[in-house]
Design a protein around this ligand. Sequence first.
Ligand code: FHN
Length: 456
Amino acid sequence: KPNDHIDVKFGPLNKGKRTDADMQRFREYGLGQFIHWGVYAIAGGEWNGVKAPTASEWIRVWSGNTAPPNWQQTYDNLYKQFNPKNFDAKRWASQAKQMGARYMIITTKHHDGFCLWPSKYTGYTIAQTPYKKDIVKQLIDAYTAEGIDVYLYFSIIDWNNKDYRTSAPKTEEEKESYNRFLTFTRNQLFELMDNYPKMKGFWFDGTWDKAWINAYEWTYQLEKDLRNAHPGLIIGSRFRNDEHGKRHFDSNGDLLGDYEQGWERKLPAQYEWLNGNDWDCVMTIPPNGWGYIKDWSRFYTKTSYDLIDMLMHSVSMGGNFVLNFGPDGNGKMHTGEDKLAKELGDWMKLNGEAVYGATHAALAPSPYGYYTQKVNALYLTVFNRPVNNQIRLKIPRSATQVPEAASLLANKTSLKMKFVDIGIDLDKNVYFDITLPASFMSKDPFVIKIDTKTGK
Ligand code: FHN
């Protein structure tokens, strides 16, 4: 936070954390699913066997000497082939449920401008494809029926709209054109909220262009209007900036929106960096690339171990972890995604209690893994099992929750736990040793549940 207070007129609509039930629900999701789906799925990151050196959903702007001739024209006509015969919204929703996701974010429109819903404000939509049916509606219905909340990803960048621009408009003509674009954007957002009243929030993207940044007064008003029209609506920090061009946080360091949305393919190393804000981490399975990628053999893809590590890292710091899926042009998930969803789901079935509704524990980071906490329970997800099988807890004397008993969360086996006087910093901390039975083996990270009671 800067020391000097700066005058900001177009900062957050409300400062401080939201305390309403919708936001509390968001805070407790723990695990989410992101889905990037659009006409780029037909290409799958390559064309005629040549792999594009870009993220798969950016393939339209594939340039250089590997790009096929007239590539953008080819891309812009792909929608005429979009006919995902294997798409079954209920199957996706059931898979997400099995995986343990509590919310899902769907790309209603990515940077290419193609809309997965039949928007009346453009002709570049699902209604113009051979498939025709409204995909957003099917997904909202199927996921909501599974108890999974749906959020709508919406890209402000729209390569298909001739009024969209990156640089600030200068001439009168440019200003008029950009105003048309702003009205178009606003219309689409209201259309989405009207069409799909069950949606819980917008996940905005592509808001870094100068033209959008300069429209701060207009975006400020739009945020107000969106929130008024849809009580409880959740919007992250990517939507807009203040009048000094500051994005995510205004010039005084105050969060713009309900949660911090800057953790894309990265995680905070320290809890303190987050300033107590709500946040989400969105993550790809390949190193980068959000849309369908046919060939996974050319790079490292994350394992379920990696994903559980990132999930627990996020939840231990009070955030949600959102795993991205990029289905193919026929509506099928990548087989690698199917496998990971199953593995993650199996783990969540045993250990989800340490995730849902759990949050940051005010303890020093553990060398064994990650702490999460609820009222009267502390959870330690162990990734680094000590060779002596003794898990040492270091509890500050100032802690309001005191350990009482320990068990393995997955099978309820109770574990021996005893207070130990290790002879150092006793004025500040108390130590407990939990013994893991030598016979207990686990190929996956495992969770120790520590029942706690209030008191000293
Ligand atoms: O450019 C996009 C990218 O394709 C993808 O949609 C991610 C998801 O967070 N967001 C943008 C980059 O920040």
